[in-house]
Design a protein around this ligand. Structure first.
Ligand SMILES: Nc1ncnc2c1ncn2[C@@H]1O[C@H](COP(=O)(O)OP(=O)(O)OP(=O)(O)O)[C@@H](O)[C@H]1O
Length: 292
C-alpha cells in the first residue's frame, strides 16, 4: 500500500510547553501502515510558513501544525495554496480552532484522530489580504494580543494576569461597520470577527458560529463598567454571549470597518498594526482539515 507522506511542523515555543519528545511520541502512536512521518522544528517567527511552502512543493500529502492558532495561521495558507490537507496537534496557549473542531487536547488522542483521517472542508477568511482561520479582532482584544506578544511569559496564567492589568486602562472606540451593505455605527470595547465560536480555552464569543456556513459572526462587545467583566466572562465561559445584552452578534459575508485611527488588529491571536480601513471576506469551504 502507498503510504501517506506526512510532515509535522513543530513550534517549540507555543503554549510554553517543551516538545523535544514529540517526534518519538508521534513515532510510537502514528499508524505506520498508513503514514510515513517527517518532522521539522520552527526556529523563528515565519519559519512555519516557509517550511509549509517548501513542503507543498515536495511530495507531502498532509501537514500537521504542532502548536496553537498562530502556528496554524502560518501553515494553513500554504496548505490551501498547494491543495494539501492540514492536521493539528494542539500545543498552543488557547487552541481555539482545535477545540472548536473537537480535536483532543491529549497528544496521543490527537495522533489517533490523525490515524482516523477524517477530512472536512471548512471556511476560512481574509482581512486586508491576510488570512485567518479562527478569529480576528480589534479593540481591547487586539490590544491585549499585542501586549502578550511583547511579553516573554506564555501560557494561560500569563495571559490572564496581563489581561486584568490592561483592562483597567483601555478606552472603547467608535467603529463604522458595514455588513453586506448595511451600516452599523457602534461604540465598542471589542469587535471580534469569528469564524469558529471561541478565542481558545473554551472562552466563546460567538456560540452559534459554524465553520461551514459561509458566514462570519461579527461580535460587538459594547462598552461596560469594569465590574461587569464578571458577567461577560460568565457568558463567555457558558457560551451564552448571544443571549447577553453586552454583546451584539451580526452575521455576514463581506465586512468593511472604519476605525477612529490606525491601531492593532489580531489575526488568530497574532497582532498586526493596520490602518483605519479594514475589509474582511469569508472564503467558503476552502481548507481541508482533519477533524472528528
Ligand atoms: N522558534 C520560534 N521562536 C520564536 N517564535 C516562534 C518560533 N516558532 C514559531 N514562533 C512563533 O510563535 C508564535 C506563537 O505560536 P502559537 O500561536 O502557535 O502559540 P500560542 O500563542 O502559545 O498559542 P495560541 O495561539 O493557541 O494561543 C507564532 O506567531 C509563531 O510565528
Amino acid at each position: 500500500m502507498v503510504k501517506i507522506n506526512i510532515l509535522f511542523i513543530i513550534n517549540p515555543i507555543s503554549g510554553g510547553k517543551k516538545k523535544q519528545k514529540i517526534p518519538s511520541v508521534i513515532d510510537r502512536h502514528l499508524d505506520k501502515e498508513k503514514f510515513s512521518p517527517n518532522f521539522s522544528f520552527t526556529e523563528y517567527i515565519g519559519h512555519a510558513a516557509e517550511i509549509a511552502e517548501e513542503a507543498g512543493n515536495k511530495n507531502f500529502d498532509v501537514i500537521i501544525a504542532v502548536g496553537g492558532d498562530g502556528t496554524i495561521n502560518e501553515i494553513a495558507p500554504k496548505v490551501i495554496q498547494t491543495g494539501k490537507v492540514l492536521g493539528i496537534i494542539p500545543f498552543g496557549s488557547g487552541n481555539g480552532l482545535a477545540r472548536f473542531l473537537k480535536i483532543p487536547m491529549n497528544t496521543i488522542k490527537a495522533i489517533e484522530l490523525i490515524n482516523d483521517f477524517n477530512v472536512k472542508l471548512i471556511d476560512t477568511a481574509i482581512l486586508n489580504n491576510k488570512p485567518f482561520f479562527n478569529m480576528a479582532g480589534m479593540g481591547f482584544d487586539a490590544h491585549i494580543s499585542s501586549v502578550f506578544a511583547n511579553n516573554k511569559s506564555r501560557g494561560l496564567k500569563g495571559y490572564v494576569e496581563m489581561g486584568l492589568k490592561e483592562m483597567t486602562s483601555y478606552q472603547s472606540q467608535t467603529y463604522d461597520i458595514e455588513i453586506d451593505g448595511v451600516l452599523y455605527k457602534r461604540k465598542a470595547y471589542v469587535v471580534s470577527i469569528a469564524n469558529s465560536s471561541q478565542y481558545g480555552n473554551n472562552v466563546h464569543i460567538s456560540p452559534k458560529s459554524s465553520l461551514t456556513d459561509g458566514l462570519l459572526d461579527i461580535c460587538i462587545v459594547k462598552p461596560f463598567p469594569l465590574y461587569k467583566i464578571v458577567v461577560l466572562a460568565y457568558h463567555m465561559l457558558r457560551a451564552t454571549t448571544d443571549k447577553s445584552e453586552m454583546v451584539e452578534i451580526i452575521r455576514g459575508k463581506q465586512i468593511k470597518i472604519t476605525r477612529e485611527k490606525e491601531d492593532s488588529i489580531h489575526l488568530d491571536g497574532e497582532p498586526f498594526l493596520m490602518g483605519k480601513d479594514i475589509n474582511i471576506d469569508i472564503v467558503p469551504l476552502s481548507l481541508n482539515i482533519i477533524a472528528k
